[in-house]
Design a protein around this ligand. Sequence first.
Ligand code: ATP
Length: 576
Amino acid sequence: MAEQNELMELAKRRGFFFGSNGAYGGTAGFYTFGPEGASLKHNVESAWRDQFTVRLGNDEIEAPTIMPEAVFEASGHLDGFDDMLVECAECGESHRADHLIEDAVEGIEDAEALGVDRVEELIREHDLACPTCGADLAGEPVEDFNLMFETSIGPGSGQPGYMRPETAQGIFVEFPRLKEYARGQLPFGVTQIGPAYRNEISPRRGIIRVREFTQAELEQFIDPEEDEPPLGEVDDVEVTLYPATEQNADDGDYVDTTIGEAVEEGIIGSPWVAYYLGIAQEWYERVGVDMDRFRFRQHLSGERAHYAADCWDAESEISGNWIEIAGFAYRGDYDLTKHGEYSEDRFTVFKRYDEPITVEKAVVDPDMSALGPEFGGAAADVAEALQELADEDPEAFEGDEVTVDVDGKSYTVDTEVANFSVEEQTESGEHITPHVVEPSFGVGRTVYTLLEHGYSEDEVDGETRSYLSLAPEMAPTNVAVFPLVSNDSELVEVATEVSGSLREAGISVTYDDSGSIGRRYRRQDEVGTPFCVTVDHEGLEGDGKQTVTLRERDSATQIRLPVDDVAGELEAMLAG
Ligand code: ATP
């Protein structure tokens, strides 16, 4: 297993990722993916798109990353997307107050749920010190700090805007259009892969907690009363679950079970969430997460985001810590209802009944001339209030008079003037607000997990070597091609030809002729290249077919095969 420092060093040295803006002293919380890292990240995104968009039959969109304030007023992020901050008066460093408590006080796993005042008290009671300079934090206030980056749209004072803290809102606000593409039919799913921004109080652990990161999200819109997921597809998928009820037990009791049983026994409440846990389990396995270092943990009730009714995290074990790499939230109708309330658009779908139904409808048809002079300018509003009352409480019209309030003033109307009646009407359906189930993946945390779980060391030819055992589908490069020595024109010519033919076959190739052959193998091992092809003299000698060696990364074993067979063999091996 890699120590975190070793991996960070390898990531930097081999071009996976490094802190951004180093020339200007660096900017905490921002990382640049180098050539190998960008390629690995791209492969993770492609595999995600293949599973969650293509195979599941969903649609992908790409929305802007800056959105106006009104969106986040409606979504609740403006008010509620906060972390607890405590700033050291001595060194000026900011810290997550809840994390300090969780690290220092045994038995507290979710300090955020305790609220700002209690966390401030706990800092005093436990005499907590600043982790950076050791100064006393007891006298410092704890505040809620909103994590969104604010900006202004347009010149001058402009219009306030925010960098989106999750890709999800870009999907929700376009629901009125997206439902049309889905022809108004539930269930349907919309995906998006793109950057999200959070002004994290203390970014740390390399790319695990950063201020700009990539999310891959799926918003599954369902009719909660009718739509069932195809659970049969994932019934037998084996998972390790860590339900909220078990999390206070000593050592934690994991439940090793299948998705089918977890639903049957009520461990996972929502079948849709269960379905996506099953799909995610298989996907993580496909991309090369070590499933012995992977689990699903249910959120404790105080830990859930403001929109979530139930939430499970996918967690991977990284350097001895469990890190959230994806969240699976049952968001209910929270987001669509809010955008419906705050905007002018309609965030519902029309649900057609199997057969039209006949309903009795209370109707008032007031004699407006009778309401007119006596009621002044309020007549139309009084008529509307009478209809609302008829809808809610038709019995109110049984007496001689009926009273309604308009703008705080009471109006009494003769029931004959109100003209109350009950009519039969035919209805073909109703407008419903879909519920949302959201699998939300962090791409960077997945990349980090693959690096850490893939990192291995062994001994080859009496020397320790480190290598990345990445799944071929994830590896930045499929094959490296080497001439054994660089100053032999024949070897170089054949190696160049081999590279060209592999590239034509759609295989990604690195050509390398610098340094000793041993060094070149080590370099490829460290970036996870699954195969190396070497052109040597032995393979070109004689009258028979020209041959090359093919070396496999993890076993470091080599076979010799004819040049003409290389592309075909590799295609077969890469397809797994
Ligand atoms: P955390 O508790 O670690 O702050 P979160 O619960 O706020 O994460 P979500 O809002 O569920 O995270 O976001 C979905 C996914 O986005 C996470 O599972 C994670 O992989 C990723 N993510 C969230 N915040 C960050 C960050 N600051 N840096 C990198 N990835 C992140």
